[in-house]
Unconditional design. Sequence first.
Length: 115
Amino acid sequence: MPPEAIDSETLWLARVIYSETKRPEEMELVAWVVRNRVETRFRGKATYRDVVLDPFQFSAFIPYNPRRQYYMRLTPHSRRPAGSRRSASPTTCALRIQRIGRFPSARAIFTASSL
């Protein structure tokens, strides 16, 4: 999938997954948490963006977190930060979307093969 084809909802899912963990086995768990909150309209939030930015739900997106702007600006073209050899780049995450059962359309998880 070319980076330009990644929709906004999937990109917000990638941002929160990448911000919470770099371990593939944990990425799926984060994806399920976010997906369940969207489907149940947890706290009145109905989109991936709204769920991710819901105050104090995900540590990287807490308003006073110094890393918040970094994660909010990630795109499929973003590069891995210097000195983070073992973590997957945001680009790797975004380009390795894998469909799993019961995750239609924007409901996707990201796996990182470079861990």
